[in-house]
Write a protein that binds this ligand. Structure first.
Ligand code: FA5
Length: 354
């Protein structure tokens, strides 16, 4: 390089060029010109080698300062450009939330409604309340005693097999389990009535039950029952049969008939199974009713004196009847649902029909 280098002039030129860059692209170009390998500053420092020591020292210092100044200017400009570009981008993509009306694009939001099983439970309660019953509830987690023992089903009784369940705790002093039927609520009610001196009892007890049943057209592993219990003086089997008949007509209508078939339950004697005409085939026989024309809705019978004994009720003074039937099964029969599993599949196209 010949002649003295005007470092101040180089810095002044760089300052003007840097200030003129206002996009990232411009900036890259300007940065290469003012501080790249071919910039005037780098060229000037190449000349240092051929200078005498004093002049080299002075120019070296000036170039070093110039370099720091230019780097500082570049950095400040880079930040300013990035900030400006980001702000422009954000302004362009800004969403005015005050203009958004939820659900407008998809149409009005439909209101949900109770599941068919809940509706059925409510309807059954209404029918029984209309017949003079009260509504009670009991726990879903039970001890062995309430689910089995107090109901005259001691350990190793064969009836435990058909009411096998899910145990939460197996062993001493008592197992705890998910109740297999609503019959244990009978025991709770009778115990309370004996304690409080509030016999007689006329109650229905709806609730969820659990069984080790493989789901099929008429069974679920988690289902619902409604239990009935009447304990009073002079109650007979005719009262039970009349109650079942009145309920069937009130809930299913005059075309659906009921029948009682002799059966066995450890907690009632005599016992019966309560069946109604299959509404799917109108009694002709189909897959849902296993070609019989009848669907079992539940069990019933006169309260066994052994059950009265387990809760301290005098069987010479009091008699009673009990029944228990499936709420899901009622929903299935009333609405002609061929497969009960549809109730738990959460298919909105199915559920919204009810
Ligand atoms: C009982 O559970 C007795 N506790 C009924 C009873 C009460 C008898 C009081 C006498 C006195 P059972 O296991 O048969 O009985 O069940 C009664 C009803 O519950 C059945 O008829 C059916 O409607 C319903 N049910 C039983 N198991 C299932 C299941 N896995 N899925 C859906 N519904 C069921």
């Amino acid at each position: 390089m010949s002649g003295p280098v005007d470092v101040d002039a180089l810095v002044a030129e760089a300052r003007v060029a840097i200030a003129a860059a206002d996009t990232t692209e411009d900036f890259r170009h300007v940065a290469a010109v003012v501080s790249g390998k071919k910039s005037a500053l780098v060229e000037a420092s190449r000349a240092l080698g051929s200078m005498d020591p004093d002049a080299r020292k002075e120019l070296g210092r000036q170039l070093h300062e110039a370099r720091a100044t230019v780097d500082g200017l570049l950095e400040a400009r880079r930040t300013a450009i990035r900030y400006a570009e980001l702000s422009a981008e954000m302004a362009a993509s800004r969403l005015d939330l005050t203009e958004y009306v939820p659900g407008e694009a998809a149409g009005p939001v439909a209101r949900g409604h109770l599941h068919l099983v809940s509706q059925t439970r409510d309807a059954l309660e209404d029918v029984f309340v209309g017949m003079g019953f009260e509504v009670a509830e009991g726990p879903e987690i039970e001890s062995d005693w309430y689910n089995f023992g107090a109901l005259n089903i001691p350990p190793a009784h064969p009836a435990r097999g058909m009411w096998d369940t899910f145990y939460l705790h197996l062993g001493e002093p008592e197992s705890t389990l998910l109740r297999t039927h609503t019959s244990p609520v009978q025991i709770h009610l009778m115990e309370r009535a004996v304690l409080d001196g509030t016999l007689p009892i006329h109650s229905v007890m709806p609730g969820r039950c659990y069984r080790r049943d493989t789901p099929d057209a008429r069974h679920l592993a988690v289902f619902h029952q409604i239990e009935g219990l009447v304990v009073d003086r002079g109650i007979t089997f005719a009262d039970l049969a009349g109650t079942i008949e009145t309920f069937t007509a009130a809930y299913f209508g005059p075309d659906i008939h009921s029948r009682l078939r002799p059966a066995y339950f450890p907690f009632t004697e005599p016992s019966a199974e309560f069946e109604v005409t299959c509404t799917i085939c109108k009694g002709e026989g189909c897959r849902t009713c296993s070609q019989t024309g009848w669907i079992e809705l539940g069990g019933c019978g006169m309260v066994d004196p052994a059950v009265f004994a387990s809760v301290g009720i005098d069987a010479d003074e009091w008699t009673g009847f009990a029944f228990g039937f499936g709420i899901d099964r009622c929903a299935q029969m009333r609405h002609q649902i061929a497969d009960m599993r549809a109730l738990i599949e959460n298919d909105i196209r199915f559920l919204r029909q009810f």
